[in-house]
Ligand binder design. Structure first.
Ligand SMILES: Nc1ncnc2c1ncn2[C@@H]1O[C@H](COP(=O)(O)OP(=O)(O)O)[C@@H](O)[C@H]1O
Ligand SMILES: Cc1cn([C@H]2C[C@H](O)[C@@H](COP(=O)(O)OP(=O)(O)O)O2)c(=O)[nH]c1=O
Length: 213
């Protein structure tokens, strides 16, 4: 179910190194130019609030039990929705989030093997809005890339965090779960073949039709 607010909610997803960050700032600026009367905000998960950023540091650095990891991801998300996303969407803003709940299904579910039932329960607990509807992005842009290419891109540019230290088979499972979710909800997902050049991907992003209220 799509969101029930006057604003418009977009998430960027993909395995680490797929190329999301490369385009996020420019995409925000593009939408702001296109929709000058609606503020476009860029935020991220885990994070997006003071508490969420503290939880992010723990999540990206400290080893922990899988359930704890999922609970903290969703705790950060609850705060993010309450403090940032819901108020922004209620006042008609366009929100772009660098990751949202699909990442939990892909990383904690696909990657780590946490059950779909537990993730569905957390999603429903955290994202059910006062009118009973589930908050979901209107549009999810999924950067799809084989794990081996993402790994080689990452290794050239950054020191790996806890997730980025995981092996190739982990990222292949994460990728497959993203793809499975995209297949289940083709109306919401826009799939990008992230093996293409940055320029080509930017042209695809520019061509995506976005119709906020
Ligand atoms: N289409 C692309 N082709 C080749 N390299 C890319 C492409 N997109 C991004 N990169 C490079 O790959 C690395 C990881 O990209 P980044 O945007 O940080 O990924 P993410 O945010 O998805 O983890 C960066 O060095 C970036 O310049
Ligand atoms: C939102 C979210 C992120 N993650 C992971 C994916 C990433 O490895 C990490 C942080 O994401 P990200 O901000 O994309 O990392 P970076 O800035 O290094 O590109 O958190 C989860 O495992 N579950 C979640 O629900």
């Amino acid at each position: 179910m799509t969101n029930q607010f006057p604003g418009y909610f977009i998430s960027f997803e993909g395995i680490d190194g797929a190329g999301k960050s490369t385009h996020l700032d420019a995409f925000r600026a593009l939408l702001q130019e296109r929709f000058p009367h609606q503020e476009v905000i860029l935020t991220r998960e885990p994070g997006g609030t003071a508490l969420g950023e503290k939880l992010r540091s723990l999540l990206l650095d400290s080893p922990m039990n899988i359930e704890t990891e999922a609970l903290l991801m969703f705790a950060a998300r609850r705060e993010h929705i309450a403090q940032v996303i819901e108020p922004a969407l209620s006042s008609g803003k366009i929100v772009i989030s660098d990751r949202f709940t699909d990442a939990s299904f892909a990383y904690q579910g696909g990657g780590r093997g946490l059950s779909l039932n537990k993730l569905n329960a957390l999603e429903s607990w955290v994202q059910t809005m006062p009118n009973g509807q589930l908050l979901q992005p209107n549009l999810t842009i999924l950067f799809d890339l084989p794990g081996s290419i993402a790994e080689s891109r990452r290794s050239q540019v950054r020191t790996p965090d806890k997730f980025e230290k995981m092996d190739l088979s982990f990222f292949e499972k994460v990728r497959q779960e993203y793809l499975r979710r995209a297949q289940l909800d083709p109306q919401r997902f826009y799939l990008i073949d992230a093996t293409q050049t940055k320029e080509h991907i930017w042209n695809l992003l520019k061509a995506i039709e976005i119709n906020p209220a």
